[in-house]
Each structure stands twice: as C-alpha cells, then as structure tokens.
Design a protein. Structure first.
Ligand code: GCU
Length: 681
C-alpha cells in the first residue's frame, strides 16, 4: 500500500529476537470461535496482524482442543473449567468490553481473549494487536477494558458532490455515483481503522445538510455502506435537513407541531429502517448559520428535537441535536448564546435526544475555555463535539497534536457538583448518572493516499477515538502508542517525537492566538491571520469583534462589567475568571479587556508579553524542525521528507502570523517590539 495508507495498522515486523520467540510460542495454536461476520472480521484482522508481525501465518483451529495456546471466544463459548481459571467478573465488561489474560491451564500457558458479545471480541482482538504493536510481553498479561462512552462517533461534513466542508485531505470517501454496487476497498479499511480505536458511529453527511440523502436513491447507497460497516460495529447516522418535508416530501411546512409533518417523519424513519435495520439516527443542525429549524415556525429546539425523537424511538434510534447556534438577531456576546438558548430546556428533551455541544462557546479555536453548557444541563445527555479536521489550526499543513487540546477540555473542572466535576465526567455520564453518552469528532479524512493529508493528522483521528473510548486517557500515552504503531519502536525516536507532538498544540496557540485571543482568522477560509477584518455584514463574523483592540488595550470583557459571560460558569469559576489576577493567563484576553501596559505574571507588560508569545510560537516550530531532522535516521527518507517540507511551510506561516498580528496590534499599542522578538522581514 502507498506510504501512510496503513495508518496505525501497519503491524511492523517484530525485530527483538526474544519477544519474537515469545510471540511465536504464544501463537502456536489458536482456537478462534467460529461465527458471524463480525467474528470473521476479527479473525481476518488477527491473521493480517500476526502474518505481518511474526512473518508467519497463524495456525487456526476450528475445534477447541488441548493443544490450543490461544483461545479467542465469547464467554458463552468457553468451557467452565477455563472460565473458572479466568476468574473474571464479566458484568463489568458490558457489551463492548473485553479481557485479555494469560492463565495456566492444564499445566500450559493459555492466552485468552474473551468478552460477552461479538463486538467485545472484535475490540479484544484489536486490543491484543495493539499490545503487540506496543511490544508488550503477553506472558503475564491481564488487561480488561471497556469503553466509558456509548456513542463514539465521527461526523463527516461531506457533501453529496464529494466536496468536504472544512476538509483538507482530498474529496469525500463516499463515492455516491458508484454506490451501491461498487464497494471501494477504502470503505473496509476505513471501518477497520475506526473499529481498532473503538469508533462505533459515523454520520456520513454534512451538518449543512442536503435533504436528498433521505431519498430512496441515496438510502440504497447508504445501505451498502452500512453493510460494510456492520461487521466492524459501526452504525450509520445521517444529517437530517429540517426542511426535508418540504423539499423532498412535497409538504408546505416543516412545522414540528403540524400533524402532517410528524407523519412524514414517522414514515421516513420507517423507510430508513427498512433499508438499514440498525440505523443510528439523525444528526441535526437547526437554526444555526442560516439552516432551517423549528424557530422558523415559532417553535423551539425542544419541539424540533422531540418531534424527530418520537419518530426514531420505536426503532431505537437517537436524535443528536447540535447546540452550535448563534443568531443575527441576538446582539449580545456570541459566546453566551447557545447557553441562553439551551439551558432553559434542560430536562425537556425526550430520552433519545443528545445535545451535541462544541468544546468551546465560539468555534473550534486553537484554545477556548470549556463550553459553560457542560456544567449547566445535568438533566440532558450532553455529547462532546470536537473538531479533528484543523479548520482553525492550519488545515492539513500544520503539525498540531490535538489530543492535547481534547485532554485540556476534558480535564477542565465545571464545579457543577463541587470540585472535581470535570467535563470528562459529564461526557462519560458519571457525574449526572446518564445512560446515553457520546463524543463526536468532525472527521479529517478524505481521499488523500494517507487519508488525512498531514501524516501527523492521523494521530488526531487515532487520539480522538482513544479519548472517545476513555475520556480520562492522557495525551502522552496516546502519542506514545501512535508513534510506535505508526513510525518506529526506537526509544530515541519515540522520546523526541513525543515531545515534539506534545508541544505542537501550544506552539500553534502561541503563533496564532496567544493569551486568550480568538477568532482573528481571515474570513471564510479561516487559514491565515485577519485581525483587521471589520467589514462583514454580521458583527460577530468580524475578528475586530473578538479582540476589540484599541489605543487603550486589547481583549473581550466578559466579566460582569462587560458581557457577563462568566456568569454562565459555576460561581467558583466565575470568580477566578472575573479577576485578571486569578484568571489563567491562557484565557486572559478571552475574559478581559486590559491596558497595553498591564503587568503579566512574568513581569512583562501585556504588549511585550503578547509579542514574546508570538515569537515563542515561531521558535517552537523551529525546534520541531530540529527534532525532526535529528530523527531522520530512524525512518525512511520519504517519511522524513514529507514532514520536513510541511514543517518548513508551518515555520513560514508561523512567522506570517506573528508579523501580521504584531504589526496590526502595534498600530494601537504604538510601542516597539521587545528585545527577543524578530522584526518582520
Ligand atoms: C463553523 C464552520 C462551518 C460549519 C459550522 C458548524 O462555523 O466554519 O463550516 O458549518 O462551524 O459547525 O455548523
């Protein structure tokens, strides 16, 4: 396969002789429970992995016998004596969990991979392969794992013409023209990659939806994809355009309280389930950025969401209703609007509705404080929406390791039930005892040979999946796993590249949006700097709205003397944010408008500190290049060169950001650049 195509599933050969020997002994005779297509998919994956890592086809036995050194089977298929040996409480595994354990059985070591359900076996096999990719000994292995979140989902923003909104890795994978007959191998490899990290749901289409996806001509194609994804435990969701009853149903209204509209959705849902019996449900963007919604008829988000929820309920489907709303009629602080619109509805949504909320209150910026809704809707299942595609983070050109960002948000404390009420607990449902939980990531995947454009953007897909499975995982663990599975086992390489990845997110914050600045991107494309943009029709689309720089200072006052957005956070937090002395400096200009000579914690004035942050961002990219060059010997020249070229662009653009922002802000601060900051060239 072309370079990068295999993602983290390259299964590179085991080179350490002792470990190779151990694995060869372990995999002498494998009993793999026979069964449905999901178990077959798992067995195929194990075959591929072992063949590549051990250079030898494994010996599978269809009948359990005393020679077996590996036993892979559901609990219901294990003999009671072996179960006894295993001594494991299966209740804690749920449907998706698995256990991998080596036991001494009839005087022999036997490696067992077991689970309650087929899907647990699939995840268990990927878990086992991952251990081998991490070069872990299996001799005394005892690993049990189960996901902490139910719906672990990718949101593709793919249009039916195969363009991808905010997609930077080629065109959409979904070849609607050739579907349903033609099944591209990529669909299968995509499903394998997702299953390997536990992703179990995908929404195929753009949230700015086209109603045509709900017509039979397309449902037939969706059905074909569902068939490919099913053995990998992946359910399909579709984006539902709120005005579909008018556009494809011939009705005159889409009013959710209109009986004909309700009947239309009931009929449509039934039709979809005829095609796809395990259909996941709808993802809906309504009354947001010009999309139609219940408010067009004087109804509320609850009216709209519950109407669809009722249609899906009998089939076990869900409505994922997005909270990304801000209105041209509301002139208050945009950061406050979703909270204002949604929090009063807490407890009013039907049981199969999740409210999907972006990690921050503006829009996928390099850094935002967590969205205050996470601490304010205890009666509603809140689903996290992260963006994996790097809309505001240098597209697929800049190297930015996003699990750092994800982790920062998930570890944030909402204080909603006192100290320790982290966003992760809200998402995992443990804080408010939620049964239905979810995390979504806007996909960064396209037809590029390596799927994601930048080779390191693969780590963001990987990391998202791992954190959706376990929101308490730390980004360093994820980086470590990914590097080993993708690039090299060499400890020097791993140490160096891990530190490069772990600083990359702070670097991009520094050279784009330091000290809490946000949304100062150039219009529309959101790629380069545009802090000066001020002429767009809606005020909240203009960067000047967000930085509010003037001769006196810079920043958005969101304290009680300003927009009072801090009041949407728990009182303990609001207090911290309200005082510039206690407000974490990474959020300083998010919450405060401060004079240019305001003193930062390190003693610098705000102007000097800001300039130095921009410079630091540039310097960090320079260091990334040195690190990458020093690691050349551990990878192929092609692998080295592609990232090197990208890093050179990143460096040039980091300087561009620094120079553009500082030159512009300097027209207000009217101060010289401090020592240490390079003059624009
Ligand atoms: C951002 C993005 C849009 C997208 C929107 C959304 O504003 O720029 O392309 O449609 O988010 O999440 O709905």
């Amino acid at each position: 396969s072309p370079p990068g195509y295999d993602l983290w599933l390259g299964y590179s050969e085991i080179e350490e002789p002792a470990l190779l020997k151990e694995y060869q002994n372990t995999f002498k005779s494998i009993y793999f429970q026979n069964g449905n297509e999901m178990l077959h998919a798992a067995e195929r994956e194990l075959t591929t992995g072992i063949k590549k890592m051990l250079r030898k086809l494994p010996d599978f036995e269809k009948l359990r016998n005393s020679e077996n050194t590996v036993v892979i089977a559901k609990k219901s298929n294990l003999e009671s004596s072996l179960l006894k040996r295993l001594a494991f409480d299966f209740d804690q595994l749920g449907a998706d969990g698995f256990v991998i354990k080596t036991v001494l059985f009839e005087r022999k070591q036997v490696l067992i991979v077991t689970a309650n359900e087929d899907i647990g076996i699939l995840y268990g096999v990927f878990g086992l392969l991952n251990l081998m990719q991490q070069r872990e000994s299996l001799k005394h292995i005892m690993l049990s794992d189960a996901p902490k979140v139910n719906i672990r989902m990718l949101n593709h923003w793919d249009n039916l013409d195969r363009t991808v909104e905010r997609g930077y890795a080629g065109f959409s994978l979904w070849n609607w023209q050739k579907l349903p007959e033609y099944i591209d191998q990529r669909y299968i490899d995509y499903a394998r990659a997702n299953a390997s990290i536990g992703i179990n749901a995908v929404s195929l289409t753009n949230v700015n939806a086209n109603a045509l996806i709900l017509t039979p001509a397309y449902l037939e194609k969706v059905q074909a994809l569902a068939k490919v994804f099913r053995p990998y435990g992946i359910k399909i969701y579709l984006t539902a355009r709120f005005s579909a009853p008018i556009e494809i149903g011939g009705l005159e209204t889409a009013d959710p309280l209109d009986l004909n509209v309700q009947n239309w959705w009931h009929g449509k849902v039934k039709e979809i389930y005829d095609y796809i019996p395990d259909f996941g449900g709808f993802l809906v963007k309504a009354n947001s950025e010009g999309q139609p919604g219940p408010q067009n008829y004087g109804r509320s988000h609850v009216d709209g969401a519950n109407m669809m929820a009722m249609a899906l309920e009998p089939f076990g489907g869900n409505v994922i209703w997005r909270a990304f709303v801000y209105s041209e009629h509301d002139t208050s602080d945009r950061a406050k609007q979703a909270y204002t619109q949604f929090v009063p509805f807490d407890g009013k949504f039907r049981d199969n509705v999740l409210v999907q909320t972006k990690n921050g209150a503006i829009d996928f910026q390099p850094r935002e404080p967590f969205h205050p809704m996470f601490g304010a809707m205890p009666k509603t299942p809140l689903m996290m929406e992260f963006q994996i595609t790097q809309e505001y983070l240098g597209f697929s050109t800049h190297l930015v390791f996003l699990p750092k960002l994800f982790e920062e948000v998930l570890h944030s404390d909402t204080y909603s039930k006192g100290k320790g009420s982290t966003v992760a607990k809200v998402i995992a449902g443990s804080l408010n005892q939620k049964k239905l939980t979810g995390m979504a990531g806007v996909a960064n995947i396209g037809t590029d040979l390596n799927w994601t454009g930048h080779p390191f953007a693969q780590a963001n897909w990987y990391g998202f999946g791992r954190m959706a499975w376990d929101p308490y995982l730390d980004s360093e663990t994820i980086a470590n796993e990914w590097i080993k599975a993708t690039y090299s086992q060499n400890p020097n390489f791993i140490t160096a590249i891990k530190s490069m990845m772990l600083t990359s997110r702070e670097a991009v914050v520094n050279y784009m949006n330091p000290l809490g600045l946000h949304h100062i991107f150039d219009t529309g494309h959101h790629y380069g700097p545009g802090p000066w943009v001020s002429e767009l029709s809606r005020p909240e689309w203009n960067p000047v709205y967000y930085h509010k720089a003037d001769e006196k200072g810079i920043g958005f006052n969101r304290t009680p003397s300003g927009s009072d957005a801090t009041a949407q956070y728990a009182p303990e937090l609001a207090k911290i944010f309200n005082d510039p002395k206690t407000c974490p400096e990474e959020y300083l200009l998010w919450f405060h408008h401060l004079p240019w000579d305001y003193k930062l914690k390190n003693g610098h004035t705000l102007w000097d500190g800001l300039a130095l942050k921009y410079q630091q961002g540039v310097d960090q990219v320079k260091t990334m290049i040195v690190t990458w060059d020093d690691s050349k010997q551990y990878i192929t020249p092609e692998q080295h060169n592609e990232v090197r070229m990208l890093l050179q662009i990143q460096l040039r653009e980091a300087k561009w950001w620094r120079d553009a922002c500082l030159l512009y802000f300097q027209t207000f601060s009217k101060q010289a650049l401090p020592e240490g900051v390079n003059k624009p060239t």
